[in-house]
Design a protein around this ligand. Structure first.
Ligand SMILES: Cc1ncc(C[n+]2csc(CCOP(=O)(O)OP(=O)(O)O)c2C)c(N)n1
Ligand code: SF4
Ligand SMILES: [Mg+2]
Length: 330
């Protein structure tokens, strides 16, 4: 009896996680970089959800933001530029039981990785995708990205960029099978946490665009929005985010928005001023590709054994006809 109680207590201790169980290393991001706020929110979420580190994986591409997996004491895959999503899909297909998170930059996702992004939306695999959108290539020292506002002066556009910025929200909302789209800003940590948490709880491809400050290359870009709360439109709904009284007092520009309404979501998403913050769209009925393809069954012992034997058979040298077959170990 005493042993059973001790075992039970030990198991509870083992399965309980503190913040430091998810923290790894000292981030190399610049002081004031919005990536720090995203990391803090995600580590808190993992702790609050008591996610098992060995059942959790963070996947990224290349960029400042893509250093994210290094700072999580979980599994991680710091991949190649633009390819975070196919790597994450492969992981989910092989191990649908894992909590899969993706951290990608605006260059990583919307430029070199754009084709993967579009298809990942359609596949709707269960993962939480955070687009760290600082509207610039940070790591490579300030080149214009697809989300840079028109007129952005950068090393590739010294006279100012010529094209209208691509809107990652309207793009995502335009793809078949879209199932979750939200927007957060790094400077309202309470909402950042709530939105990433809602994304995590949604079963499907949860896409969160996080407007992220890069004080190194675009130090004043979001100042007007930070200084004037009227320029942020907070979306709230019983099926979306509920605002705390403190936040509601500061951010008075609010709107009831039912995340089931796709057309309205598209209208709201097209605004960059005010910046809409909250859950734009959620449809829990869209099937996940890994379920449609019964990905979990690929893990059955029988199937793994059959697959392994089939692969090994490719390299087996069978005896010529009439030759005696030598048994291994004979
Ligand atoms: C195939 C390939 N092309 C180009 C690069 C150079 N490169 C590294 S990161 C990067 C852009 C990163 O920008 P973003 O994804 O916005 O991330 P941030 O640094 O802003 O977080 C580029 C072009 C590379 N590493 N690999
Ligand atoms: S360069 Fe910009 S994005 Fe990169 S770490 Fe510094 S502030 Fe963050
Ligand atoms: Mg960027």
């Amino acid at each position: 009896m005493t042993i059973a109680v001790t075992e039970c207590l030990l198991r509870m201790y083992d399965e309980h996680h503190e913040l430091e169980d998810y923290q790894s290393g000292v981030p190399r991001w610049c002081t004031g970089c919005g990536d720090n706020a995203i990391l803090a929110a995600v580590q808190r979420l993992c702790r609050d959800q008591n996610l098992r580190p060995e059942k959790t994986v963070f996947v990224s591409g290349i960029g400042c933001s893509s250093r994210f997996p290094h700072y999580m004491k979980t599994y991680g895959f710091h991949g190649i530029h633009g390819r975070a999503l196919p790597v994450a899909e492969g992981i989910k297909m092989a191990r649908p039981d894992l909590n899969v998170f993706v951290n990608t930059g605006d260059g990583d996702c919307c430029s070199i990785g754009a084709a993967h992004w579009i298809h990942a939306i359609r596949y709707n695999m269960n993962m939480t995708v955070m687009l760290h959108d600082n509207q610039i290539y940070g790591l490579t020292k300030m080149q214009a990205s697809p989300t840079s506002p028109i007129g952005t002066r950068s090393n590739t556009t010294p006279r100012g960029s010529y094209l209208e910025a691509l809107n990652p929200l309207t793009v995502t909302l335009g793809v078949q099978n879209v199932s979750f789209v939200a927007q957060a800003v790094d400077w309202i940590p309470e909402l950042l946490y709530d939105i990433i948490s809602a994304a995590f709880h949604h079963k499907g491809f949860s896409f969160v665009r996080i407007i992220q400050r890069c004080p190194e290359w675009l130090p004043t870009l979001f100042e007007p929005w930070i200084k004037n709360p009227e320029k942020t439109l907070l979306l709230q709904h019983e099926h979306g985010i509920r605002l705390s009284p403190t936040l509601a007092k500061v951010y008075k520009n609010q709107q009831e928005h039912d995340p089931a309404n796709l057309n309205r979501a598209r209208e709201i998403a097209s605004s960059s001023d005010p910046i809409p913050v909250g859950i734009l769209y959620r449809n829990p009925k869209v099937p996940c590709y890994e379920d449609e393809r019964h990905a979990g069954q690929l893990r059955s012992t029988k199937l793994i054994k059959t697959g392994l034997e089939r692969e090994l058979d490719k390299f087996t040298v069978w005896p010529q006809q009439g030759e005696k077959r030598v048994q291994p170990g004979a």
